[in-house]
Ligand binder design. Structure first.
Ligand code: EPU
Length: 427
């Protein structure tokens, strides 16, 4: 079994370049299904989830040709299947994002039900509500969902929660629908804006992306285009936290600073020096930091995808922080692992009360999901002695070359084969 081994204590110093955004590239790859010609995507991160989405598109009849390390051509001119089997959906929930484009392009889509995962039950009712509003018939049975619609017709869809995935799936379905669709209480994440820009360059008419109301005027055809993916704000935030956690001085380069406002604000509140520098953000800190409270919210609130890493940072801060998770029902799986390293954390409902301790101690721990894994790397970099992180395949889903990037700024971190029990992928 491959594990990440960290000997903590080294302050990180140097430059880390951020890769393309996982949560932007996955819906954009799915949206390639809408085009009648090949799309060329640039700034693609090399991640396990990108490989899975390529496999899903390939299964549906797409032709995916990697072009250099960070580019690929996706040609979905011919769609030969309308079904995403369980094998893929189980491996990656975002496989579900092909449903909207398939429905729009060929009038039918069949998906295995995603089920629960490590961070909660994660229903898909809002995606289905949107498809039904556009006129699709939905049937659920035998572990799968089928949606059919000889013709999608634009409609008004109110989302009870600004779900990122539902906003994306409905936007993609509406792009080729007849008439106008309005999504109210839409998600405002930067990844939604990147998808909208991609759709517009393909010929779609999407207005208001990045606000709570998105209007889509359906078009008849969409063409293949070239598109560069935005930088990953969560990867950037994770390295900013790691720099802060180690008392380091790191330029996190290739970022869109606007996307990182909540993370920058909280780090500054904790006493970290954060400064824009060219196309990056420089993070300097001298420990100890002060405890700050965190409450996750949809964008532009504090991102749930940064909650675990920031909690790990708070385990070494002076004072008590309250970390409240409002987006997912069960995103505290990292707490028990952090406690194994000496952190003092008590869970009270949707909040975790973190009492800063002077030192964490290296231990054998296990990543339970992507961001929980990143939090354990933060903790390992801060801790005295050796930390051994198992189930690192979770980290590979969302961080391109994390070990190499951290080695380059002075971390004592390696990836090794070591004995240990097999661990199943849970989300
Ligand atoms: N929800 C519903 N019904 C739905 C859809 C969502 O109740 O039909 C609930 C979910 O259960 C959850 C909340 O709404 O409690 C937010 O879910 P959302 O749909 O916004 O999340 P997602 O689209 O499944 C994306 C990211 C996640 C990120 C969330 C929130 C991708 C591929 N995934 O998931 O990323 O946490 O938005 O920002 O874009 C990660 O990168 O580690 C990750 C989990």
């Amino acid at each position: 079994m491959e594990k990440i081994i960290i000997n903590g204590g080294n302050p990180l110093k140097g430059t880390i370049t951020v890769s393309g955004a996982k949560n932007a590239v996955l819906p954009i790859m799915a949206a390639s299904l809408l085009a009648e010609g090949p799309c060329r995507l640039m700034d693609i991160p090399r991640l396990a989830d990108v490989t899975t989405m390529s496999e899903v598109l390939g299964f549906l009849g797409g032709r995916i040709v990697p072009e250099g390390p960070q580019e690929m051509e996706i040609d979905c001119s011919e769609i030969t299947s309308v079904e995403a089997p369980y094998e893929y959906v189980r491996r990656m929930r975002a496989s579900f994002l092909v449903m909207g484009p398939l429905l729009a392009r060929v009038g039918r889509a069949r998906m295995s039900l995603p089920g629960g995962c490590a961070i909660g039950t994660r229903p898909i009712d809002l995606h289905l509500k949107g498809f039904a509003a556009l006129g699709a018939s939905i049937s659920i049975g035998h572990g799968s969902i089928e949606a059919t619609a000889p013709e999608l017709v634009g409609a008004r869809v109110y989302l009870d929660f600004p779900s990122v995935g539902a906003t994306e799936n409905i936007m993609m379905a509406a792009a080729l629908a007849k008439g106008v669709t309005v999504i109210e209480n839409a998600a405002e994440e930067p990844e939604i804006v990147d998808l909208a820009n991609f759709l517009c360059s393909m010929g779609a008419r999407v207005m208001g992306a990045g606000t709570k109301i998105i209007k889509i005027e359906g078009v008849k055809h969409m063409r293949g285009v070239t598109h560069g993916v935005i930088p990953d704000r969560i990867e950037a935030g994770t390295y900013m936290v790691m720099a802060a956690a180690t008392g380091g001085d790191v330029l996190v380069d290739n970022v869109i600073t606007d996307h990182l406002k909540p993370v920058v604000a909280k780090l500054a509140e904790a006493g970290v020096q954060v400064k824009e520098e060219g196309s990056g953000i420089r993070v300097r800190s001298s420990r100890p930091l002060c405890a700050v409270d965190i409450k996750t919210l949809p964008y532009p609130g504090f991102p749930t995808d940064m909650q675990a890493q920031t909690m790990a940072l708070m385990t070494g801060a002076q004072g008590t922080s309250v970390v409240t998770e409002t987006v997912f029902e069960n995103r505290f799986m990292h707490v028990n692992e952090l406690k194994r390293m000496g952190a003092s954390i008590i869970i009270e409902g949707h909040s975790a009360v973190v009492k800063g301790v002077p030192r964490l101690t290296g231990a054998k721990v296990k990543a339970t999901d992507l961001r929980a894994g990143a939090a354990l790397v933060v903790a390992g970099l801060m801790a005295d002695g050796e930390t051994e992180i198992a189930a690192v395949q979770h980290i590979d889903r969302g961080y391109e070359n994390m070990v190499q990037k951290l080695q380059a700024v002075g971390a004592d971190i390696t990836r090794e084969e070591r004995d240990g029990e097999e661990c199943r992928l849970c989300d």
